[in-house]
Ligand binder design. Structure first.
Ligand SMILES: NC(=O)c1ccc[n+]([C@@H]2O[C@H](COP(=O)([O-])OP(=O)(O)OC[C@H]3O[C@@H](n4cnc5c(N)ncnc54)[C@H](OP(=O)(O)O)[C@@H]3O)[C@@H](O)[C@H]2O)c1
Length: 233
Protein backbone atom coordinates (compact mmCIF):
# COMPACT_ATOMS: atom_id res chain seq x y z
CA UNK A 1 0.00 0.00 0.00
CA UNK A 2 1.56 3.30 -1.05
CA UNK A 3 1.47 6.37 1.15
CA UNK A 4 3.81 8.29 -1.15
CA UNK A 5 3.58 12.01 -0.51
CA UNK A 6 1.68 11.62 2.79
CA UNK A 7 2.97 13.47 5.84
CA UNK A 8 2.43 11.57 9.06
CA UNK A 9 3.09 12.31 12.74
CA UNK A 10 3.46 9.40 15.18
CA UNK A 11 3.48 9.95 18.97
CA UNK A 12 5.05 7.42 21.31
CA UNK A 13 7.17 6.73 18.24
CA UNK A 14 10.21 5.32 20.06
CA UNK A 15 8.19 2.58 21.81
CA UNK A 16 7.41 -0.89 20.48
CA UNK A 17 4.23 -0.15 18.54
CA UNK A 18 5.29 3.38 17.61
CA UNK A 19 8.47 2.12 15.99
CA UNK A 20 6.54 -0.45 13.93
CA UNK A 21 4.19 2.28 12.71
CA UNK A 22 7.12 4.55 11.80
CA UNK A 23 8.84 1.73 9.90
CA UNK A 24 5.67 0.77 8.01
CA UNK A 25 4.85 4.37 7.10
CA UNK A 26 8.39 5.06 5.87
CA UNK A 27 8.37 1.82 3.85
CA UNK A 28 5.09 2.94 2.25
CA UNK A 29 6.75 6.16 1.10
CA UNK A 30 5.40 8.61 3.68
CA UNK A 31 7.34 11.40 5.38
CA UNK A 32 7.25 10.83 9.13
CA UNK A 33 7.63 12.98 12.25
CA UNK A 34 8.51 10.64 15.15
CA UNK A 35 7.55 12.23 18.49
CA UNK A 36 8.32 10.81 21.93
CA UNK A 37 9.02 11.77 25.53
CA UNK A 38 12.31 9.83 25.45
CA UNK A 39 15.23 11.93 24.17
CA UNK A 40 16.01 9.58 21.27
CA UNK A 41 15.26 6.06 20.06
CA UNK A 42 17.17 3.25 21.76
CA UNK A 43 20.52 2.93 19.92
CA UNK A 44 19.63 -0.64 18.90
CA UNK A 45 16.59 0.66 16.97
CA UNK A 46 18.10 3.87 15.57
CA UNK A 47 18.35 2.49 12.02
CA UNK A 48 14.56 2.19 11.81
CA UNK A 49 14.29 5.96 12.25
CA UNK A 50 17.03 6.99 9.81
CA UNK A 51 14.59 8.61 7.37
CA UNK A 52 12.23 10.11 9.98
CA UNK A 53 12.25 13.60 11.50
CA UNK A 54 12.89 13.02 15.21
CA UNK A 55 11.22 15.00 18.00
CA UNK A 56 12.55 13.67 21.32
CA UNK A 57 12.10 15.00 24.87
CA UNK A 58 8.48 15.89 24.08
CA UNK A 59 6.00 15.33 26.94
CA UNK A 60 2.69 15.81 25.15
CA UNK A 61 0.71 16.00 28.38
CA UNK A 62 2.64 19.11 29.51
CA UNK A 63 1.00 22.47 28.85
CA UNK A 64 1.93 24.17 25.56
CA UNK A 65 4.33 21.45 24.37
CA UNK A 66 2.03 19.87 21.77
CA UNK A 67 1.35 23.21 20.02
CA UNK A 68 5.07 23.96 19.59
CA UNK A 69 5.89 20.41 18.48
CA UNK A 70 3.16 20.09 15.86
CA UNK A 71 3.79 23.55 14.44
CA UNK A 72 7.43 22.55 13.93
CA UNK A 73 6.55 19.09 12.63
CA UNK A 74 4.12 20.50 10.05
CA UNK A 75 6.76 23.03 8.99
CA UNK A 76 9.49 20.38 8.59
CA UNK A 77 7.23 17.92 6.73
CA UNK A 78 5.55 20.63 4.65
CA UNK A 79 2.07 19.90 6.07
CA UNK A 80 0.32 17.06 7.87
CA UNK A 81 -2.07 14.39 6.56
CA UNK A 82 -2.26 12.04 9.55
CA UNK A 83 -1.69 11.82 13.29
CA UNK A 84 -1.22 8.46 15.00
CA UNK A 85 -1.59 8.80 18.77
CA UNK A 86 0.43 5.86 20.10
CA UNK A 87 1.90 7.42 23.29
CA UNK A 88 0.62 5.57 26.33
CA UNK A 89 1.45 3.71 29.52
CA UNK A 90 0.16 0.84 31.66
CA UNK A 91 -0.07 0.26 35.42
CA UNK A 92 -1.79 -2.57 37.33
CA UNK A 93 -2.79 -1.36 40.76
CA UNK A 94 -5.63 -2.01 43.17
CA UNK A 95 -7.46 0.93 44.73
CA UNK A 96 -6.57 -0.25 48.23
CA UNK A 97 -2.80 -0.45 47.69
CA UNK A 98 -2.52 2.10 44.90
CA UNK A 99 -2.41 5.88 44.73
CA UNK A 100 -4.39 8.71 43.19
CA UNK A 101 -1.21 9.70 41.33
CA UNK A 102 -1.56 6.58 39.18
CA UNK A 103 -5.02 7.73 38.04
CA UNK A 104 -3.59 11.16 37.18
CA UNK A 105 -0.60 9.63 35.39
CA UNK A 106 -2.63 7.28 33.20
CA UNK A 107 -5.24 9.95 32.45
CA UNK A 108 -2.44 12.32 31.40
CA UNK A 109 -0.48 9.88 29.28
CA UNK A 110 -3.28 7.85 27.72
CA UNK A 111 -5.99 10.46 27.21
CA UNK A 112 -4.75 14.02 27.74
CA UNK A 113 -1.70 13.59 25.50
CA UNK A 114 -3.91 12.24 22.65
CA UNK A 115 -6.32 15.15 23.11
CA UNK A 116 -3.47 17.70 23.25
CA UNK A 117 -1.75 16.23 20.17
CA UNK A 118 -5.01 16.12 18.19
CA UNK A 119 -5.88 19.71 19.08
CA UNK A 120 -2.40 20.92 18.19
CA UNK A 121 -2.31 18.97 14.90
CA UNK A 122 -5.84 19.91 13.85
CA UNK A 123 -5.12 23.17 11.95
CA UNK A 124 -2.59 21.36 9.71
CA UNK A 125 -4.86 18.30 9.31
CA UNK A 126 -7.78 20.50 8.23
CA UNK A 127 -5.54 22.16 5.64
CA UNK A 128 -4.78 18.70 4.21
CA UNK A 129 -8.42 18.24 3.18
CA UNK A 130 -8.13 14.42 3.38
CA UNK A 131 -6.69 13.64 6.79
CA UNK A 132 -6.68 10.91 9.40
CA UNK A 133 -6.38 10.60 13.17
CA UNK A 134 -5.81 7.13 14.61
CA UNK A 135 -5.88 6.66 18.39
CA UNK A 136 -4.73 3.60 20.32
CA UNK A 137 -7.23 2.42 22.90
CA UNK A 138 -7.19 -1.05 24.46
CA UNK A 139 -9.57 -4.00 24.15
CA UNK A 140 -9.30 -4.38 27.93
CA UNK A 141 -11.19 -1.12 28.43
CA UNK A 142 -14.51 -2.70 27.43
CA UNK A 143 -14.79 -4.40 30.84
CA UNK A 144 -12.42 -3.75 33.71
CA UNK A 145 -11.17 -6.24 36.28
CA UNK A 146 -9.32 -5.92 39.58
CA UNK A 147 -6.27 -3.64 39.35
CA UNK A 148 -7.26 -2.34 35.92
CA UNK A 149 -9.40 0.63 37.00
CA UNK A 150 -7.06 3.53 36.23
CA UNK A 151 -5.80 2.07 32.95
CA UNK A 152 -9.18 1.07 31.56
CA UNK A 153 -10.82 4.35 32.66
CA UNK A 154 -8.17 6.29 30.73
CA UNK A 155 -8.50 4.06 27.65
CA UNK A 156 -12.33 4.16 27.80
CA UNK A 157 -11.80 7.92 27.66
CA UNK A 158 -9.94 7.35 24.38
CA UNK A 159 -13.02 5.48 23.04
CA UNK A 160 -15.33 8.40 23.80
CA UNK A 161 -12.80 10.99 22.59
CA UNK A 162 -12.53 9.11 19.27
CA UNK A 163 -16.31 9.07 18.79
CA UNK A 164 -16.76 12.72 19.74
CA UNK A 165 -13.96 13.96 17.48
CA UNK A 166 -15.10 11.76 14.57
CA UNK A 167 -18.55 13.33 14.81
CA UNK A 168 -17.09 16.84 15.15
CA UNK A 169 -14.94 16.40 12.03
CA UNK A 170 -17.14 14.22 9.80
CA UNK A 171 -17.87 17.07 7.38
CA UNK A 172 -14.35 18.54 7.53
CA UNK A 173 -12.24 15.94 5.69
CA UNK A 174 -10.72 14.24 8.75
CA UNK A 175 -11.58 10.68 9.83
CA UNK A 176 -10.95 9.64 13.44
CA UNK A 177 -10.72 5.99 14.48
CA UNK A 178 -9.22 3.93 17.28
CA UNK A 179 -7.39 0.62 17.32
CA UNK A 180 -8.08 -1.58 20.36
CA UNK A 181 -5.21 -4.04 20.79
CA UNK A 182 -5.18 -6.95 23.18
CA UNK A 183 -1.73 -7.92 24.55
CA UNK A 184 0.90 -6.87 22.01
CA UNK A 185 3.98 -9.03 21.45
CA UNK A 186 6.54 -6.57 22.88
CA UNK A 187 9.81 -7.18 24.76
CA UNK A 188 8.23 -5.61 27.88
CA UNK A 189 5.26 -8.01 27.81
CA UNK A 190 7.52 -11.04 27.20
CA UNK A 191 9.55 -10.00 30.26
CA UNK A 192 6.44 -9.45 32.43
CA UNK A 193 4.66 -12.66 31.32
CA UNK A 194 7.45 -15.16 30.55
CA UNK A 195 5.13 -18.20 30.68
CA UNK A 196 2.58 -16.88 28.16
CA UNK A 197 2.20 -18.24 24.62
CA UNK A 198 3.74 -15.29 22.73
CA UNK A 199 2.63 -16.73 19.39
CA UNK A 200 -0.99 -15.81 20.20
CA UNK A 201 -0.21 -12.12 20.78
CA UNK A 202 -0.70 -9.59 18.02
CA UNK A 203 2.57 -8.31 16.53
CA UNK A 204 3.30 -4.58 16.35
CA UNK A 205 3.74 -4.90 12.57
CA UNK A 206 0.25 -6.43 12.27
CA UNK A 207 -1.28 -3.46 14.06
CA UNK A 208 0.78 -1.12 11.88
CA UNK A 209 -0.75 -2.79 8.79
CA UNK A 210 -4.27 -1.99 10.05
CA UNK A 211 -3.24 1.60 10.77
CA UNK A 212 -1.79 1.96 7.28
CA UNK A 213 -5.08 0.75 5.82
CA UNK A 214 -6.92 3.41 7.86
CA UNK A 215 -4.55 6.01 6.40
CA UNK A 216 -5.27 4.90 2.83
CA UNK A 217 -7.95 6.30 0.54
CA UNK A 218 -9.73 2.94 0.69
CA UNK A 219 -10.62 3.64 4.34
CA UNK A 220 -12.11 7.06 3.59
CA UNK A 221 -15.62 5.97 4.67
CA UNK A 222 -14.57 4.68 8.11
CA UNK A 223 -14.83 7.15 10.96
CA UNK A 224 -15.70 6.87 14.64
CA UNK A 225 -14.82 3.16 14.62
CA UNK A 226 -13.28 1.32 17.59
CA UNK A 227 -11.46 -1.55 15.89
CA UNK A 228 -10.30 -4.58 17.89
CA UNK A 229 -6.94 -5.93 16.67
CA UNK A 230 -6.51 -8.99 18.81
CA UNK A 231 -4.25 -11.52 17.12
CA UNK A 232 -5.33 -14.92 18.51
CA UNK A 233 -5.98 -13.78 22.09
N1 LIG B 1 1.68 -3.25 24.98
C1 LIG B 1 0.44 -3.75 25.02
O1 LIG B 1 0.21 -4.94 25.26
C2 LIG B 1 -0.73 -2.85 24.74
C3 LIG B 1 -2.03 -3.37 24.76
C4 LIG B 1 -3.09 -2.52 24.48
C5 LIG B 1 -2.86 -1.18 24.19
N2 LIG B 1 -1.58 -0.71 24.19
C6 LIG B 1 -1.35 0.69 23.88
O2 LIG B 1 -0.55 0.76 22.71
C7 LIG B 1 0.29 1.90 22.77
C8 LIG B 1 1.75 1.50 22.55
O3 LIG B 1 2.12 0.51 23.48
P1 LIG B 1 3.64 0.03 23.56
O4 LIG B 1 3.65 -1.29 24.21
O5 LIG B 1 4.30 0.24 22.25
O6 LIG B 1 4.20 1.10 24.62
P2 LIG B 1 5.72 1.57 24.87
O7 LIG B 1 6.69 0.64 24.24
O8 LIG B 1 5.82 1.85 26.33
O9 LIG B 1 5.79 2.94 24.07
C9 LIG B 1 5.06 4.06 24.48
C10 LIG B 1 5.91 5.28 24.17
O10 LIG B 1 5.13 6.45 24.47
C11 LIG B 1 5.98 7.38 25.13
N3 LIG B 1 5.20 8.31 25.94
C12 LIG B 1 4.55 8.04 27.09
N4 LIG B 1 3.97 9.16 27.55
C13 LIG B 1 4.26 10.15 26.68
C14 LIG B 1 3.96 11.53 26.62
N5 LIG B 1 3.23 12.13 27.59
N6 LIG B 1 4.43 12.27 25.59
C15 LIG B 1 5.18 11.67 24.63
N7 LIG B 1 5.50 10.37 24.62
C16 LIG B 1 5.05 9.61 25.63
C17 LIG B 1 6.84 6.49 26.00
O11 LIG B 1 7.96 7.19 26.47
P3 LIG B 1 8.59 6.78 27.92
O12 LIG B 1 9.30 5.49 27.67
O13 LIG B 1 9.46 7.92 28.25
O14 LIG B 1 7.43 6.62 28.86
C18 LIG B 1 7.17 5.34 25.04
O15 LIG B 1 8.30 5.62 24.24
C19 LIG B 1 0.02 2.56 24.11
O16 LIG B 1 -0.95 3.58 23.95
C20 LIG B 1 -0.55 1.43 24.93
O17 LIG B 1 -1.37 1.87 25.99
C21 LIG B 1 -0.51 -1.51 24.45
Amino acid sequence: MSLAGKKIAVTGAFGSLGMAVVEAALAAGASVAAIDRAPSPHPSTAAAFAKAQLFGDVDLSADGIAEKTFALAAEKLGGLDALINVAGAFRWETLEKGSLETWDLLYNVNLRSAVAASKAALPALLRSGNARIVNIGAAAAHKASSGMGAYTASKAGVFRFTEALADELKDRGVTVNAILPTTIDTPANRKDMPDADFSRWVKPAEIADVILFLLSDRARAITGALIPVAGRV
